[in-house]
Write a protein that binds this ligand. Structure first.
Ligand code: NAD
Length: 381
């Protein structure tokens, strides 16, 4: 028996923020980052909330790749305020931090008081088009040098607001990094060992929309139609991978992010062509399931794929073109990482990637040695 589920109610299009006028709550906590305060997005949300909620608080200390210490501060704030609605406004880091804060908060209250009378309504408003965190059962937090993915259905928000107004300010390079993160979600979900007809439909559509709208969003940040499509694509990719899970592209990106603090999307983007080639393994003539799946996706994307190998190679080429057009580095050495430092951390990164939850659904069985070789190939000579 297999299972497919989508939990959040999704409100989308320009103006979707109006959903907030329909909630009947008393105390709200908005969890966000300093940039959202600075550009006025937090005020925009508070202004709408004022129509219905009397007591409003803001926790605005979220940092990228949220450290456990920030999550602990957020839990303290939650315990003081005891809100009945929590709104996460920001990129994946903010939404993941809010998920973790709520999750630990609920456990603490239940332990201290025996029960939590009312679980707060949890609303996520993504301001990047990338992680899909607003609909997923994942949250990634950072402990020291390690990014730890938490996985539980309890982490999934109740409501997602996909309003492209909030992504118009994303600068070109973050637009590219985050969208290629979403593309990686779609591709990894499509080739995952847990892929199904349901997740394929979402992954195919998401990948197609990203190829169709990323470059326009990158070049014309104010193009609201392109932004809307990319924002929807990121959410669809999130729905795909929260059900089909991911693969070693993400495992390796988590390890790299922990060791070198590389933006998550950028790490995924650099690894993607190398991971597709490794998983497909079509150069020795072996026709793997993964190779067939990549070629199938290439066909869906309108790329020539008369043979499996041609499809895989064209998918890799199409990803590389996206990287080049968006001035995204194509090897890890371009990130100014010293080779000696990279080699020093290679063993621990490979170990972390192998043990990462995402590795279990990778289409090719792997081991620490092969992951280390793949890291070195992606580093470049
Ligand atoms: P992010 O949230 O870390 O934000 C990156 C930068 O973009 C920050 O400086 C932020 O202030 C800025 N930013 C955000 N919105 C902006 C806007 N509208 N305009 C201008 N700047 C803006 O980036 P992200 O890629 O969205 O999230 C990455 C995190 O999410 C990583 O920790 C990653 O591991 C995690 N992640 C989670 C999931 C999941 O399912 N939960 C999936 C993939 C990745």
């Amino acid at each position: 028996m297999e299972r497919f589920t989508i939990k959040p109610e999704v409100y989308f299009k320009v103006g979707a923020l109006e959903y907030l006028t329909t909630i009947d709550k008393e105390k709200a906590l908005v969890i966000t980052d300093p940039f959202m305060m600075q550009v006025g997005f937090t005020d925009q949300v508070l202004d709408v909330l004022r129509n219905t909620v009397s007591d409003l608080d803001v926790f605005s200390n979220i940092k990228p790749d949220p450290p456990i210490e920030v999550v602990a501060d957020g839990i303290e704030q939650m315990l003081k305020i005891r809100p009945d609605v929590v709104i996460a406004l920001g990129g994946g880091s903010t939404i993941d931090a809010a998920k973790s804060i709520l999750w630990f908060y609920e456990k603490i209250v239940k332990r201290q008081e025996g029960q939590l009378e009312q679980k707060p309504l949890f609303i996520a408003i993504p301001t990047t088009s990338g992680t899909g965190s607003e609909v997923t059962s994942f949250a990634v937090i950072t402990m020291g040098d390690q990014k730890i993915p938490l996985v539980s259905d309890e982490l999934i928000p109740d409501v997602a607001i996909i309003d492209p107004t909030f992504v118009k300010t994303v600068p070109p390079q973050i637009t590219a990094d985050t969208a290629i993160d979403a593309l990686t979600h779609a591709i990894e979900a499509f080739v995952s060992t847990q892929a199904s007809d349901y997740t394929d439909a979402l992954a195919e559509k998401a990948a197609k929309m990203i190829f169709d709208y990323l470059l326009t969003s990158y070049k014309e940040g104010n193009n609201i139609q392109a932004r809307e499509k990319l924002h929807n694509a990121s959410c669809l990719a999130g729905m795909a991978f929260t059900n089909a899970y991911l693969g070693i592209n993400h495992s390796m990106a988590h390890a790299l992010g922990g060791a070198f603090h590389i933006p998550h999307g950028r790490a995924n983007a650099i690894l993607l062509p190398f991971v597709i080639r490794y998983n497909a393994f079509c150069n020795d003539g072996t026709e793997t399931r993964a190779a067939r799946r990549y070629a199938e996706l290439a066909k869906v994307l309108g790329l020539p794929a008369t043979t499996i190998c041609e499809g895989v190679n064209n998918l890799i080429a199409a990803v590389k073109v996206l990287l080049l057009e968006t001035h995204t580095p194509t090897s890890l050495k371009e990130l100014n990482i010293a080779k000696e430092t990279f080699i020093q951390k290679l063993d621990s990164m490979s170990e972390a990637a192998l043990n990462d939850r995402c590795t279990t659904t990778n289409p090719r069985q792997t081991n620490k040695e092969e992951i280390a070789v793949l890291f070195m190939v992606a580093f470049g000579e």
